[in-house]
Design a protein around this ligand. Sequence first.
Ligand SMILES: Cc1cc2nc3c(=O)[nH]c(=O)nc-3n(C[C@H](O)[C@H](O)[C@H](O)COP(=O)(O)OP(=O)(O)OC[C@H]3O[C@@H](n4cnc5c(N)ncnc54)[C@H](O)[C@@H]3O)c2cc1C
Length: 399
Amino acid sequence: MVARTDVAVVGAGPSGLTACCLLAEAGIAVTLLAGKARAPEADPRTIALMQPSIRLLVHLDLWPGPLMAQSAPLWKLKLVDDSAGLLSAGPVVFDAREIGPEPFGWSIPIGALTAALEGRARGLGVIFLEEEAARLQTSGAAALLRTASGASISAPMVLGADGRNSLVRSAARISTVEWSYDQTALASSFDHGAPHRDTSIEYHKDSGPLTTVPMPGQRSSLVWLERPERAEALAAMPEADFARALQAALHGDLGVVSNVGPRRLFPMCGLTAQAFARNRVMLLGEAAHVLPPIGAQGLNLSLRDAATAAELIAGAMASGDDPGSPDVLERYDRLRRRDILPRQGAVDAVNRSLLAGSILPHGARVLGLMLASGIGPLRRRIMQQGLGPPDLPRAMRAL
Ligand SMILES: Cc1cc2nc3c(=O)[nH]c(=O)nc-3n(C[C@H](O)[C@H](O)[C@H](O)COP(=O)(O)OP(=O)(O)OC[C@H]3O[C@@H](n4cnc5c(N)ncnc54)[C@H](O)[C@@H]3O)c2cc1C
């Protein structure tokens, strides 16, 4: 028997769950293929979500509340040129107070965020199938999904939020451009002797950025990009040795490092889908774009994917149109392309300027830091751009 639904979502990461919540609150019937073994609490990362993403959480009644109590505001971002090149720039501080009364955003444990979104999606009546999608046919007036146990779901629209190895993307015959970096990110968290003063610090080192992001109290989360062998060695170190290595890498700026949390490695790569929508499918989150964790862009882009998809689908259905029509898919592709591609390009350029070891990209990055430090209007423009594009989906706009 084939179960019918308005929209089928594949993947219960933060992108898929956000889309489920927004669609269900618009009165659209949603079935989520959530996969089997999910353990978001085990993920040691915190995620920096900027104000537009926080407004989306407010819209979903998830903020303020218990999630906020586990999170810390981000008022300042400090960039430190810590590379060994001939040219060097002084630190640049971006202060949210220069552009308005709110912090840039909040640093939120990704496990708590995912659990809160899942609770909201269930509360809004999303049907959860604790199964993986095994096949997808996209020809005709509806897409047909099959699970490993043989269940079938038919929907005029499928959202592929099934991560970087997306089955939905391949089934919709969307190719990708993929590349890798000679880097692995080590994610963890730690206590420190000096206060972080609500400041995230990004040290630009020759092996990539090392970023600390405030958590409540005298604790910060860590994303440390290193050459793969060095990252593996750091992950395998006894805790006391790792704490010493980290304290040295931070030049003691946060005082004594202690109480290091679980360490997890993420090999660094990039991916761009060549189309963000095709054949009754829209791609969300890492199914559409993967980028290194620099400047906190990945999940903020993904939530804008989810909000844009939900708005276009709800709009089409409200006017009695087919939500999977080429028109709707083309609009999604166009809107997401102009947000995703420039940000992915900028993150890639900063990362490669560190890894290249040659004078030109290094000099361009140092010059950029100097200009941002010295020219107020440029600095404020960079801050505004970092928060997100001006044409946000409705659920993310200021009231
Ligand atoms: C170290 C690190 C730090 C980061 N920090 C930040 C930050 O500060 N700010 C920021 O904005 N971004 C950050 N990011 C990026 C962010 O983590 C990702 O953008 C985000 O997690 C992507 O979520 P997603 O839902 O698209 O994918 P995922 O979380 O990968 O979810 C995909 C889900 O789909 C499921 N799935 C796969 N195949 C199937 C199938 N066939 N059927 C059903 N389910 C399936 C998977 O099991 C998974 O649950 C960071 C990334 C890294 C690596």
